[in-house]
Write a protein that binds this ligand. Sequence first.
Ligand code: FEO
Length: 629
Amino acid sequence: MHCVKKITDDLYWVGANDRRLAMFEGVYSVPDGVSYNSYLLKDEKTVLFDTVDKAVGRRFFENLAAVLNGAPLDYVVVQHMEPDHSAALVELLCAYPGVKIVCNAKTLAFINQFNNMDIGPRAVVVNDGDTLASGRHTLTFVMAPMVHWPEVMVTYDAADKILFSADAFGCFGALNGALFADEVDFAKDYADEARRYYANIVGKYGTQVSALLNKASALAIETICPLHGFVWRKNLREIMSKYILWSGYAPEEQGVMIAYASVYGNTENAAEILACRLREAGIVTRMYDVSVAHASDIVAAAFKWSHLVFASTTYNAGIFVAMEALLNDLVSHNIQNRTVALIENGSWAATSGGLMREKLSKCKNMTVLDETVSIKSGLKPAQSGELSALADAIARTFPERAKQNTATGATGATGAAGATGAEIKPAVDKSAMFKLSYGLFVLTAKEGEKDNGCIINTAAQLTDEPLRISVTVNNANHTRGMIARTGEFAVSVLTESAPFNIFERFGFKSGADTDKFLGLADAGRTAGGLRCLNKNANAVIAAKVSETVDCGTHTLFIADVTEAFALSNEPSVTYAYYFENIKPKPRPPKEIKSGYVCRICGYVHEGDVLPENFICPLCKHGAADFEPL
Ligand code: FEO
């Protein structure tokens, strides 16, 4: 029985899933299976985009026949000749004798080479930029060599703004009833497998992927149909931004991946102590035992993290076998732009450190720290300082984090007034502060796997050259601590259409015990991996902290803009607009005779006096944001 999915009025997924495959391409474990996507366009002419692996041929042919429903198959576009997408091609030619094969010259040679046949008379050979009209649709073929074989091309349908992207934007994992990435929590449940797929399948070809991204950036794309994994029809930036990072070999996360090879646990012991020292310095760590973890997982992790530590025992006067294989794998996948530290072990002649260093010298832009820790059989108590020194050396290479400047000198308005020598202090009417105009923003941070965000009204541009912004965050906010530790944040500029529940979600709960993004549709990520809003915001600005100022109850972060993009022309919401039009009017309980109401969230503090240092227990805003009932 067929099992198909409709993508648009005339486009169908006719692929199939394989959950019995042990090793994809004979190398990569696929514990959650894999999908082989094939798409059928039912226009005046029918056009099939690629076929499937031989393992799922039967289901594919049932699907194809069901959607064709008796119509002839006019064209099959062969975008990629790797057999996981072309194994059913010859059977297709037999089943549909009238079908023409649309392919480029390299593909044609591969078809003949794989099948010992000449399909020349049935081929429509296309070049970069050539088009094929199928009726309402005009398909443009775009060459994408080495993404992931030399013959690869992708296809753009201008009518519905669809990119058929071949292997690009694919993901390991069978489809479990959901075809679209927006039907699942992709960031939580599938991003790791998308990274593992990218790093291992096309990670080596970053330059070629970048070239494809450049070509794609000139196209208006609303849907991406890859040959594996989910179809993207919403929030395309989520996967695009990952590809920009991965193809540029830029780390997604600041943190240390530690891969170790240990025969009797002594090298592991040193690696664990190093991990502890790094954690104590506030640095995120992730450890892998190379004898147990699959190499494809570690390669993917190396693409994710900014810093890599390799710890290996010496084995047969060389690097331990699994570690040697891993390093070969990483070199061949073109890993670059990382900071690396090494630990070696050897009972009589430790050579693994030097040999690992030699292997890594083949990678571009790798900073291998000088401080290799060398162990003889097991770590000695006297070497504790060496591991601390290695942790310190690693920590020194991180961007400035959590540097808190203690306030010096100035003590605010009263001090300034005192400096005049006048006995009469100027009056301070805090309501004057409410005349200042502010916007409202969702400020987000990411620390390890944890995303968080809060509402602020204090984002502002500081300078144009260099482009700098500042944000001020209440110290009680969990987001503040995350920014202090990671040195990064993003600001989503809220619009007048932002509903009150956005303010409730980000403003009235603490991220310490809440996942503020749980169930939030239309949230994406910046290229740097920070959460941002795609809806109810008109722009997103991400920045790296260059200076931190302790303002007592609040912290001021001054930061260099690293990424900025506009989402819409909707007006930004102002503080005043929020109070007038979005925030429900507070309705204090009748029995409260006197008190103060929080202008931000409506919390009512009962009593005649509001302490100066009062912090709203709901939204964490200070006394200045309260007004008498
Ligand atoms: Fe999914 Fe390169 O084949």
